[in-house]
Every structure is written in C-alpha cells, then in structure tokens.
Design a protein around this ligand. Sequence first.
Ligand SMILES: N[C@@H](CCC(=O)N[C@@H](CS)C(=O)NCC(=O)O)C(=O)O
Length: 215
Amino acid sequence: MKLYIADATCSQAVQVIANELGLSPELIHFDVFGKSTSNGSKFADVNSLQYVPVLELDDEAKTRLTETIIIISYLADQHLEAGLIPKRGTLERVKMDQLLTFIATEIAQKHIPLMRKLMNADGIAYHTHKLQTAYGLLDAKLADGRAYLMGEQFTVADAYVWATLWHERSGVSLDHLKNLNAYIERIETRPAVKRALKEEAAVVAQHKAQLAAAA
Ligand SMILES: N[C@@H](CCC(=O)N[C@@H](CS)C(=O)NCC(=O)O)C(=O)O
C-alpha cells in the first residue's frame, strides 16, 4: 500500500494505526504548500481535493481511499482481533463512529482556519471556545481514570485525537485539562506513535533534500 502523508497533520492517525497493526505502507510526502510529492506524482491526480491522507490499496484497481475516519476504520476493520475498533453493527461501533465524527468536525476542522490564521477576532473567539469545549468533553471522559477514550484499550479514536493535537499552532490553551494532558503523554509512549514520528521525519527530510537538489 502507499500512504500519502503531510508533515504533522491528520495523516499521522493513519500512520499510527498502520503501525499498531504491523503494516508498513510506503510513505509518500505531500508538501501542502509547494504541492509537490516525494515520489514525483502529481498529487491533484491522486486526490483532486489536494489533501491527505490518501491510502492507495494493493488491489488490481489501485483503489484510493480518502477521509481519515474511513481509512483508519478500514484498516482496523481488516484486523478486528487487534481491538482498535468495535465490530460493525454493534452499539459499541456506533459510539465509536460518533466519537470519530466528533473529532473530525468539532476538533480537526475547527483547528484548520485558526492554524492558517484565516479568522477575524470573532471567528478566533468562536473556534477557540468550540475547541476548548470539545477537548473539555474528552477530558471529562478521562476523569474516571481510564487509560484511553473508550476504556483501557487504545483505539482509532485515540490515534485520531493525537494526530489532530494542533492547539499550540491554533493558539488554544489546553493547560487546564489535566486528564487530557496525562492521556497525551500516555499516547506518546506508544511504539507505534514514536515510529510514526520517526518515519514521517525521514520522508519529509528526504523530500526536502530532493527539492533542494532540484533547485
Ligand atoms: N476531510 C478530510 C480533511 C483532510 C485534511 O484536512 N487534510 C489536511 C491535513 S490534516 C490537508 O491535507 N490539507 C491540505 C490542504 O487543504 O491544502 C479528512 O477528514 O481526512
């Protein structure tokens, strides 16, 4: 499989889930601002919407999956025994899908205009409040001492929350959320997360070197 990623973005969720499952997709870096890719492919042909993550499967059609929730759920569904996602059709799965949708809409997409400095003061206040409320809800979920959002088991939801922790870039303080901060530290000790960061850094560096050599 090929996984298109960008530096410090939601594609890290897919990397972490692939790593948790012992999969090793080929990583291809997309430079979001310069629009080039580390394997020379034209990213607009890969995803006309020009965003990561994109997972290209090994099937004959080379099917390309987009949307973070869909990709991490697809990978986890192929390996249900790993416990990263509940089985489809169960109430537990509905709760997981509810949480994933919440992370996508109330966290990830609320960060983007803040990070890109696209908002006026009212917009900044609105999104900051929305984000602090959303993270506050996660913090409250963790208040009973559970290790991860759905209990003791690390799941796709934890990978997604970790991959969209952009509060510093967004200027949103989460210092007061003690359960959330302890949870983030816990996630960062996982080998799958450390491997994701290391491999991402390597492919980003390789892409930068290619661009420098071509300049
Ligand atoms: N709906 C997509 C959004 C993905 C997305 O926003 N990707 C960002 C990185 S987290 C990106 O590649 N942005 C590049 C751009 O929009 O120019 C998903 O949930 O996966």
